[in-house]
Ligand binder design. Structure first.
Ligand SMILES: O=C(O)CCC(=O)C(=O)O
Ligand SMILES: [Fe+2]
Length: 301
């Protein structure tokens, strides 16, 4: 029986040593067995999350010609607008029925960023910082779970080379193409992802037995999953799990779905060399984090 566990982040942040150790164990189990967890009490203001969802909604409501002025242009910055069906997360399938907008830390602090870009809005900056704080706590728990110094991962993520991605899955007006979904099955590239979703649903996660289980929104929680880079770094002690967003088979097909993903990446110059490989054979050779991400993005676009 696989289920995505619900883990209390506040118990890790504020708990005594015994409580923290209990959370660390839960985190280890979640990362080792399913690669997904829900974080309760993540320490981000609900109002802020709602405000960012509202901002995203107004951005995606802009005419396509306006959004296209901010079009995603290259994998080096990996920022900007990606239109409907432009991306196939599952490369064997038709384009995903979604549009997206990526923001980087560099853009949030760049004075010349376009006035129509969500990156111009201070709320997005605040949200990016809040996500970084959540991610850092999770990275501390990861390090302790792997019996590493608590700051092992956070020091290697301190340049905030993260990507904040707003997603809109529009209502379906016509039938989808055969095999087409809202987001094709894939695993994430980086070290970890935080995911905020509305109540429309559709996110599914593949278990080790190959079954797909629903990962519906649970109020006031954030979904966390480990990515391919973390799987590689830990020599598959933590798993990076396939997930997808399906088209609802009821009236929700006529509804927009919104979500926000915060993809965490280590500093570009971090060497990703198998942890714990004094005891085990490494599955992969070492690679620099920046090089790894570029390879994955180049293969996607
Ligand atoms: O929108 C979602 O719920 C999931 C999106 C996702 O998995 C991704 O963008 O990597
Ligand atoms: Fe994903």
């Amino acid at each position: 029986m696989f289920a995505i566990p619900i883990i209390d982040l506040a118990a890790f942040s504020n708990g005594d040593a015994v409580t923290r150790q209990r959370v660390v164990k839960q985190v280890y189990q979640a990362c080792h067995e399913i690669g997904f967890m829900y974080l309760q009490n993540p320490g981000i203001s609900k109002d802020l999350v709602q405000q960012v969802f509202a901002l995203n909604k107004s951005f995606f409501n802009l005419p396509l010609t306006v959004k296209q002025q901010l079009a995603w242009s290259n994998e080096f910055s990996n920022t900007g607008y990606v239109g409907i069906e432009r991306e196939s997360l599952d490369s064997n399938k038709p384009g995903d029925l979604k549009e997206a907008f990526n923001v980087s830390k560099a853009e949030l602090t760049c004075p010349t960023v376009s006035s129509i870009s969500p990156a111009k809005n201070p709320k997005i900056f605040t949200f990016f910082q809040a996500c970084t704080e959540i991610a850092n706590k999770v990275l501390q728990a990861f390090a302790l779970a792997l019996e590493l110094p608590e700051d092992f991962f956070t020091t290697r993520h301190n340049r905030q080379h993260h990507t904040l991605r707003s997603l809109h899955y529009p209502p379906l007006q016509t039938l989808a193409k055969p095999g087409q979904v809202r987001a094709g099955e894939h695993s994430d590239y980086g070290s970890l992802t935080l995911l905020f979703q509305d109540e429309v649903g559709g996110l599914e996660v593949q278990t080790k037995t190959g079954d797909w289980i629903a990962a519906p929104a649970i109020p006031d929680t954030v979904v966390v999953n480990t990515g391919d880079l973390m799987q590689r770094w830990t020599n598959h002690v933590f798993c990076s799990t396939k997930h997808r967003v399906i088209i609802p088979n009821d009236s929700r097909v006529k509804q927009s779905r919104y979500s926000i993903a915060f993809f965490c990446h280590p500093n570009d110059d971090t060497e990703i060399a198998c942890l714990g490989c004094d005891r085990e054979q490494p599955i992969y050779p070492p690679i620099l984090a920046g090089e790894y991400l570029l390879q994955r993005l180049q293969a996607t676009y």
